[in-house]
Design a protein around this ligand. Structure first.
Ligand code: SF4
Length: 406
């Protein structure tokens, strides 16, 4: 009798299929006839599959082969977009891509990105993420991420902030609290900051999060007017009152004061800034307010013209004087320092052979792997494990883009 238990997987029978959810937000399905070829099976609980006629080792090997095969069709539940699970045995390194893994820009803030996808659809989203996204998604195994991060921290070898700034909503990552546990235990990590839209937080969760003394929540809030907030969030399901409540709770309970970060967007929320400041000032323990200027990005949504920086800072200064609050935050407020460079195994202009591992975020682009790094290769058809010759056209901060050469 073999019993296989997976904490990150949930099994559910559905007609002629076994539905397999990964980390709650991602799903695939295995046809029962494929499973039955392994022998009889049962589901003693939602995380366990048992094969009464197989030995443990054989069952593990055969089931893992089936899982891998069907993970090729893994989908993000929110959008139905295809997704790739990046784990210790996936053969996909965590450095090289801006959408997942580890992004280290030679500064004392190291970004980590365990997941992509979002439950909102904000009009100003700089990466066009959310419910209307059709991009390929990624989800990273927590232990793999922490293990690779520790290697980077060992190179940096000085106190760092870990910033969880994902292309999407990080609390969609079901392992997020376990990730906080691991990060909190790393001696060289002084801060764990995380950008969130706040929709997945609530009183109970904030009570749990309050035990993380290094955790700094950066919460979005674009308006106090319900209609404007919903319009900016891009979905009717946005519940402003819930988010306001989350901000109240987080301000009262989190060991570190949260940052509230509205995106000032012309034609949408210019008149909301005073109201947001009044709301912040009404809280017994005030969060830090970090108003951001909407900027147009090549891959982002473009609902408005940018406000010129000069006018933006003039507006902040005006609000600071009117409402007696500090709004202009600088590098010193975030304690950012330049740190040791991470070695680059190849540089712009180099030509090498790389192996295609999975699709990249955008259509007709792939992620290829060479020398422990990923390389984004646009205009390339996805064919798993195919060898291609690429020329590196971008190498800044160990984020690599390549071009196919013949
Ligand atoms: S919450 Fe963030 S990631 Fe999600 S759509 Fe809005 S801006 Fe984009």
């Amino acid at each position: 009798m073999a019993t296989l238990t997976f904490e990150t997987l949930t099994f559910r029978l559905h007609g002629t299929m076994l539905n397999v959810d990964l980390l709650k937000g991602f799903t695939t399905a295995i046809p029962l006839e494929d499973l039955e070829q392994l022998g009889e099976f049962s589901l003693p609980d939602t995380h366990t599959i048992a094969f009464p006629t197989l030995k443990q080792e054989k069952a593990a090997q055969k089931f893992s082969f089936l899982l891998n095969k069907h993970f090729a069709h893994l989908k993000t539940k929110l959008t139905g977009n295809l997704a790739t699970y990046i784990h210790q045995n996936s053969g996909i390194p965590l450095i090289g891509n801006v959408a997942f893994g580890i992004v280290y820009r030679n500064s004392s803030i190291i970004e980590i990105k365990p997941v992509t996808s979002c439950n909102l659809d904000c009009v100003y989203c700089s990466i066009s993420e959310g419910l209307s996204s059709t991009k390929h998604d990624f989800v990273v195994e927590k232990d793999y991420l922490v293990q690779e991060l520790q290697k980077v921290i060992a190179v940096v070898n000085e106190p760092v902030e870990i910033h969880i700034g994902v292309q999407g909503e990080p609390f969609l990552y079901a392992d997020i609290e376990n990730l906080f546990v691991d990060l909190e235990a790393l001696p060289l990590v002084h801060t764990i900051s995380i950008d969130t839209n706040g929709t997945f937080l609530n009183k109970e969760r904030i009570d749990r999060l309050a035990k993380f003394t290094k955790l700094q929540l950066n919460l979005s809030l674009d308006a106090i007017d319900e209609q404007i907030a919903t319009k900016m969030a891009g979905t009717k399901s946005y519940n402003l009152n819930h988010v306001l409540d989350v901000i109240r709770q987080a301000s009262a309970k989190m060991p570190r004061r949260p940052i509230v970060a509205p995106v000032l967007t012309q034609g949408y929320n210019e008149d909301e800034m005073e109201k947001i400041i009044t709301f912040i000032q009404s809280l017994p323990r005030q969060p830090i307010l970090g108003i951001q200027n909407f900027l147009q990005y090549k891959t982002g949504r473009s609902p408005a013209q940018e406000i010129p920086w000069k006018d933006f800072y003039a507006r902040l200064q005006e609000l600071e004087q009117q409402q007696q609050i500090k709004l202009r935050l600088g590098k010193n407020d975030f304690n950012i320092r330049e740190t040791t460079e991470l070695p680059k195994p190849f540089q712009e202009g180099d030509v090498m052979t790389a192996i295609i591992k999975c699709p990249d975020r955008f259509p007709h682009s792939v992620i290829a792997v060479a020398k422990g790094r990923t390389i984004s290769v646009p205009q390339c058809e996805f064919k798993k494990d195919k060898k291609i010759k690429v020329k590196i056209v971008r190498d800044k901060h160990n984020i690599f883009t390549g071009k196919i050469v013949n």
